[in-house]
Ligand binder design. Structure first.
Ligand code: OOG
Ligand code: NI
Length: 443
């Protein structure tokens, strides 16, 4: 059902945002070229079938109640909330906190890794909304219904029963996809503009009566090549690829995007008349995924993010922090890998050393990358920012509201998983199995 939903959403989005179709086409060309050059290397971070179908979406909702409903819809698809992102603290602050709904089991990820970056408006954050605006905003949000009771009911049944009968599954996919389509309802122009003065994201969420998919992102195996090809095709990309520089074995996530054209939207003016208008809220994004990192690797990434200097300086710094070779990254304890015993290692009379880096160096084990399945706060903030016309007004002297992973879990009524724990578990389990297979004590 998850794969069908992802495909249905992709088909919908292609009709709504034609440039997305171009992006998927170019990503397909690049992936085919990378695969042809070296089929094995191309599939180290996932089969070509997985990568070809792979998408992430982004949606934005207004209230804790709406967030809980989203959680129910995605639970039906085997997608769990993973991670907490506070975009209010970003370089260009946005009044939301976020999580990502995604599958977590290896087999589920291999079958279809569809993930959705989901943000909820912090309506009580005084840096963005004064008491009067908060009250009017919350009243409007309380009136709307993003998901029909029938859809939520099907979703609850799917979660409880671990699936749905074929007819119900069809109905679920149709209704869930429709819930994320752009609505033809006229937009209240004055209300939208008032929110837009605070933040374009606030207007996109609270200025309309429904939600919609904000972008849908295909995965590409060579993002530098894709960037060049899109530019050749005349699509103006943002001026950089976000995330670590290319060159070495890929880690974490690299993303780039372009702004979609404005879309026609009916506007209702204060006198009640409806006119044809346009809004530019959606855009295109593409990403390349690399290996997950250990806490030590993450600390190096964070240090690199905080570092200043020219592009060349930062490139050189990255090369000092992360070796180019995947095995060297793993041996240095920077990346999360699965340790897999080498079955056909030549018998040379040696006994295996009780140390993962030496086992790797001496050919006893291979290090298979664990794919990074999550997002990066700085890149997410950059994606939000590249999507906005202005930064909006902020009241520096006003206090924020406390919204943390605990708030998110309470709002969802679900446990929010920590991505670092998931990656560590994958690696630790494999190390234990490898040790057992080699007759070694736990490593
Ligand atoms: C979500 C932005 C974050 C990403 O890929 O980092 C994101 C949004 O614009 O709603 O999608
Ligand atoms: Ni995105």
């Amino acid at each position: 059902m998850r794969a069908r939903f992802a495909a249905a959403l992709s088909a919908l989005y292609a009709t709504e945002v034609p440039a997305y179709g171009t992006l998927v086409e170019v990503a397909g060309e690049v992936n085919a070229a990378v695969l042809a050059a070296d089929p094995q290397a191309a599939q180290e971070l996932g089969s070509i079938e997985r990568v070809t179908a792979e998408r992430h979406g982004a949606i934005r909702v207004g209230t804790a109640r709406e967030l809980a409903q989203v959680g129910q819809v995605f639970a039906a698809l085997g997608m769990r909330p993973v991670g907490f992102y506070d975009l209010r603290e970003a370089g260009q602050p946005v009044p939301v906190v976020s999580t990502a709904f995604r599958p977590v089991d290896d087999a589920e990820l291999a079958a279809n890794p569809f993930r959705v970056f989901t943000s909820v408006l912090a309506t009580d954050d005084r840096r963005f909304f004064d008491a009067d605006l908060q009250a009017r905003l919350e009243a409007r949000l309380a009136e709307r219904e993003l998901f029909s009771p029938a859809l939520l009911d099907l979703a609850a049944r799917a979660e409880a029963d671990g699936g749905l009968a074929p007819d119900d599954a069809d109905a679920f996919v149709v209704a869930a996809t429709a819930a994320f389509a752009l609505s033809p309802e006229p937009v209240d122009a004055a209300w939208y503009a008032e929110l837009e003065r605070v933040s374009g994201v606030a207007a996109d969420i609270g200025g309309v009566g429904s939600t919609h998919v904000n972008h849908l992102t295909p995965r590409v195996l060579d993002i530098d090549a894709l960037y060049a090809r899109m530019t050749e095709r005349g699509v103006a990309m943002i001026d950089a690829i976000q995330g670590p520089p290319g060159g070495g074995a890929p880690v974490l996530l690299r993303q780039t995007s372009f702004r979609a054209l404005s879309e026609p939207r009916a506007m209702r003016d204060p006198d009640g008349s409806v006119r044809a208008g346009a809004l530019r809220v959606r855009f295109g994004e593409v990403e390349a995924r690399g290996c997950a990192v250990t806490p030590a690797g993450r600390a190096r990434y964070d240090a690199w993010m905080a570092a200043e200097g020219s592009a060349a300086d930062r490139d050189a710094l990255w090369r000092r922090l992360f070796p180019d070779e995947a095995d060297a990254q793993a041996a240095a304890g920077l990346t999360q890998v699965r340790w897999v015993p080498v079955a056909d290692r030549p018998r040379d009379g040696a006994t295996p050393p009780a140390d993962l880096a030496r086992l790797l160096a001496d050919g006893w084990v291979r290090a298979e990358p664990v794919v990074y399945e999550d997002f990066l706060p700085a890149s997410a903030a950059g994606i939000f920012a590249s999507n906005l016309d202005g930064t909006g007004e902020r009241r520096a002297d006003a206090g924020g509201s406390s919204r943390d992973a605990g708030w998110l879990a309470d709002a969802l009524g679900r446990e929010v998983l920590d991505p670092a724990d998931l990656y560590a578990a994958a690696s630790t389990t494999s190390a234990a199995e490898a040790a057992r297979a080699l007759g070694l004590p736990p490593l």
